[in-house]
Design a protein around this ligand. Sequence first.
Ligand code: UD2
Ligand code: MN
Length: 574
Amino acid sequence: MKIAMRRGRIIRITLGLSIIPLLYLLFTYSESHKKFNEIYSKKLVSKIREPFLASEGYGNFEPIDKEVHHGPGEGGLPYIHEGSNSDDSEIEYGMNMFISDKISLNRTIRDTRPKECKKWNYPEELPSVSVIIVFHNEGFSVLMRTVHSVINRSPQQYLEEILLVDDFSDKNDLKEKLDNYVERFNGKVRVIRNVEREGLIRTRSRGAHEARGEVIIYLDAHCEVNKNWLVPLIAPIALDDKVMTVPIIDGIDHKNFEYRPVYAEGHNFRGIFEWGLLYKENELPKREEKKRAHSTEPYDSPTHAGGLFAINRKYFLELGTYDPGLLVWGGENFELSFKIWQCGGKIKWVPCSRIGHVYRGFMPYNFGKLGEKKKGPLITINYKRVVEVWMDEQHKEYFYTREPSAKYLEMGDISEQLALKEKLNCKSFSWFMENVAYDVYDKYPQLPENTNWGELINSATMKCFDAMGRQPPSYISLQPCHGYGNNQLIRLNAAGQLGIGERCVEADANGIKLAFCRLGTVDGPWKYTEAKTLYHRTQKKCIAVHPVTSQLSLMPCDVNNSYQLWIFKILKPR
Ligand code: UD2
Ligand code: MN
């Protein structure tokens, strides 16, 4: 068979290939397709309300899906239930389980791939795959829809197993329900359980050790994989086992389960970060687009969101999986990204592999005992470990400029991580910034140092500047000081930018507000004077508190008026 492949290029478009190999492929795929359905569909059908979607395509060529599917949420459409369509489940699970329970576990979803994706050809010899799903107290139908979508839309010859790793869930009947349910998959779906809460990071590492496939693919427990998601994701790894691949993540609405793409077709994005280690996505720079002949070819990305990716299992173990000192949630995506790039690997995003993920509005679980053990905010501690292991002095400083209180956090021992970095002969962070993550500087330039930071206390009222966790644009108010930082942690840098988190403080006729910082800039109009006023250089006025309403605004400066005087008080985490 003519599988067009060239060194340095993973896959090639089949345009121009003759019809014969095309028919041949179509035939072999529908054969394996049939076999696959013989194994699974009958068993599933008996239990499920909706028809089994045997015609959901996988392989290179889609069988044309002529079946019409009725029922809630089919085609990935939102399901709005008449009458009340919410219950307490949104608070318990972060998503509406009442709605999810009404939607078929085998529902169809919209094929969101760019059209070009249907024309790619992939090698047939591909590694076996363990799909690993870690979960803690997830809703049953959402978790099972993840499993069903994988089974329905993956060629069985590559799918070794689906490994469910239960991170010590303690919801009533989840355990029994799950154990009973997975029996129907005849061993294809395996459940293992932590004996205590480990957090998602360590649980994923455990999954890597226990998995049987050559390649492991991680999914969150609330996903739906799309048409032909698997093969494009593992093909690059078959060619180079130091490549980690990442699918394009579509959104599934947490209230009505609508499946929809996050970005418009034809636009490629990649993962970057800003200096406080907030994960960001940035349109693929021209320089990267030019490296490829086709917009749907996999492309380099400095980082990834964390949840969904594929990696050669042995390679992941050689990298030490995740740093075991990272706890529960957060920062592990950067640890793995920096480690891979700096130590000789690559991260590629794959436009032709699409997976939907339910973004919840908030975290429905707490961090259990692991959260209590650590002093200070656990996620920032994770970030600090990552920064201290992988960044160099210059870039560490940018992190501490953005997260000044992190300097005081106890991060534990990182000597093993540093030894691993040494052993694997890893490159510097500057190398990574110059060669891979160069577009970070366009959006988030090198940060000037802070001249002042901490709580910003008004001398007359002894109350604090507070962004109140509102989204910009919004007005800043004066609140009792709480000492925890967060929305009350204010920074003034040497270029006059007054910032809270990654947002900026601006003034208009109605007050003092929180605004998006202008991308690519780090300066601002503010000056903290010797008299302790906050002076706006262009308006030539000072920030003042209204004695009666406590509202903030710009007023003609008066250094004798304590409603215009401010003190920065450094915050050490408690
Ligand atoms: C994102 C990632 C998530 C993870 C996280 C940072 C995506 C789409 N999601 O947040 O995968 O990288 O950033 O760490 O990129 N879980 C456990 N034990 C726990 C807590 C969570 O097993 O103690 C499970 C949870 O059930 C879920 C997965 O871990 O299956 C990810 O957790 P999440 O969905 O709450 O994270 P998310 O999507 O907000
Ligand atoms: Mn998630």
